[in-house]
Design a protein around this ligand. Structure first.
Ligand code: PBG
Ligand code: ZN
Length: 321
């Protein structure tokens, strides 16, 4: 008898019925840039369609996120003043703390995730504190813990440390628990590669390192077993969710991590991926809706439970049509 797999493809409805991968708004997280100031909504040139908002203007975009019923928003803070230790990051009245409070007040059901790192807040643009030109791991842990506690006190449901210091999850977990913040989740960037795909983000957040690069703390793109080791360490330290980043160029890593770990895994489809898709679409070379959707399906198929994407709102709206 001739096997007829084509039967399963005979109509859109049947293809939908038998599809192995499904997307839903609830799996998407939308990154939002919040900058200090008032009455500001500004376009980010390196990421067409994305904007920086001052806290007072945030509800405009948060309302869309809440209506789309996406899984959450991920805030990145851009302070007015930077210093050596990134002190604006743990200011209880800092820009990200304000954003978190506004979001939880106006849209209590929308899950709020705070990015915990120092590079947007330090004058040198590194993710840790510096001594004699070296990024110091352990002194950075104390600062990151303060940042996380301050965001959790402001109302963050989840904190997301993206610094790649060793032991960050344990340090943050202990600090949160000491403050009776046991219910705050940690979504850790356990697997974050030193990637050229972050270029547009660094322009958006003003966080490019002033000297050197991030290769001493972020991962080497040639490695995959190291990713599993990093992920397992973070889980032992108490990570509730782990992130693999970037997205599309690292689907093999995502799959390997998914198969060897038993916590939800998020994939971060980063600024460079977005910028490439936007640029090709703007030139009329690719169909933007179709590639954004195909990219998201590919990431989900590779094992992502959660997709962090600058297309989160567009895709969620696409799905509810
Ligand atoms: C910094 C941070 C980066 C991103 C998120 N947090 C960039 C970096 O490591 O320089 C990149 C996100 C993106 O490119 O979309 N801790
Ligand atoms: Zn950083």
């Amino acid at each position: 008898m001739i096997q007829r797999p084509r039967r399963l493809r005979k109509s859109q409805a049947i293809r939908d019925l038998v599809s192995e991968t499904r997307l839903s708004p609830s799996m998407f997280v939308y990154p939002v840039f919040v900058r200090e100031g008032e009455n500001i909504i500004e376009e980010i040139p390196s990421m067409p369609g994305q904007r920086r908002y001052s806290p007072d203007k945030l509800p405009i975009i948060l309302e869309r996120a809440a209506n789309d019923k996406i899984g959450g928003v991920l805030f990145f803070g851009i302070p007015a003043h930077k210093d050596e230790t990134g002190s604006a990051a743990w200011d209880d009245d800092g820009v990200i703390q304000q954003a978190i409070r506004i979001s939880k007040k106006e849209f209590p059901d929308l899950t709020v995730i705070g990015d915990v790192c120092l590079c947007e807040y330090t004058s040198h643009g590194h993710c840790g504190v510096i001594h004699d030109g070296i990024i110091e791991n352990d002194p950075t842990l104390e600062i990151l813990s303060r940042v996380a506690v301050s965001q959790a006190h402001a109302g963050a449901d989840i904190v997301a440390p993206s610094d790649m210091m060793d032991g960050h999850t344990q340090a943050i977990r202990e600090a949160l628990d000491r403050e009776n913040l046991q219910d705050t989740l940690i979504m850790s960037y356990a697997v974050k590669y030193a990637s050229a795909f972050y270029g547009p983000f660094r322009e958006a957040a003003g966080s490019a390192p002033a000297f050197g690069d991030r290769k001493t703390y972020q991962m080497d793109s040639r490695n995959v077993r190291e990713a599993i080791k990093e992920a397992k360490l973070d889980i032992e330290e108490g990570a509730d969710i782990i992130i693999v980043k970037p997205g599309l160029p690292y689907l093999d890593v995502l799959r390997a991590v998914k198969e060897s770990c038993y916590v939800p895994v998020a994939s971060y489809s980063v600024s460079g991926e977005y910028a490439m898709m936007k640029a090709a679409a703007a030139n009329g070379w690719l169909n933007e809706r179709n590639i954004a959707l195909e990219a998201a399906y590919s990431i989900a198929r590779a094992g992502a439970d959660i997709i962090i994407s600058y297309y989160a709102l567009d895709l969620a709206e696409e799905m509810s049509q």
